[in-house]
Ligand binder design. Sequence first.
Ligand code: PLP
Length: 272
Amino acid sequence: MIKDNAGELMMIDGETIVIKDGKPYETEGIKIYEVVRVIGGKPLFLKEHIERLENSFKVLNMGVPQKIKNLGHEIHEFVRQARIVNGNVKIICDGIGGADNRTIIYETVSRYPDRTLYEKGVAVVTLEKSRTSPGAKTMEDDLRMHADNKKKEKNAYEVILVDGQGNMTEGSRSNIFFFKDGILHTAPLDKVLPGITRMKVFEFCAKKGIEVKVHPIKRNELANFDGAFLTGTSINMLPVKSIDGIVYPVSGFAVELPAQFEKHMIVDVLNA
Ligand code: PLP
């Protein structure tokens, strides 16, 4: 069920409709989705999002629907029709694997962190759960519910998933990087969603000569790190101030790197 629409229009398989009386819109079956940020009327990293959407079908051993070929054009057209200047657009492919599969595009409620959170960092907690197919961006309502409950209960900004081997993998809506002595550490791709922002952090670090080590990171190693960052489409790179009560100082590298990364992303946006 779609309850997070922020506008009145919705595009279904290329056709624009008006959502009636704000009624929640039903979606069916297995759902693959993407959230694309729009800045200045321009959908960001659209090519990367469409590639990841296609990859989600492949990860689930499902054929990529023909209609996806037109998606880039449809998203541009939807942003134009809905007059979105700054916001987030969600794309849901529902009923996948069945004859009634659809591609739905709408403006979703966007939550960008307050500036103070980039200065003070956010509290996160762990949850011993994993997504069924980490490489695919699918809606897992049960996991989402557990994560949201834990966040509420612990008054945390995000929940980090811990797998059966005690590895910290990814956030419920973000990727996570740790750092120690100016070197970043993050979980391998077979354990996480290939975040677009995660990928941009790799590109940024390569440019800056900052080393990024990719390896499993155990929950019991948390105290060995100097700090951590969450990454995602709406948050960019956000410093973490604590994980399960283990406190990281939010100063120096912890605030400078996200600020530099944001500048890098703005340059990327302007040049795209
Ligand atoms: N991991 C998960 C499970 C997510 O749901 C998300 C975003 O929603 C991310 C990572 C971050 O991905 P991106 O940087 O593409 O927003």
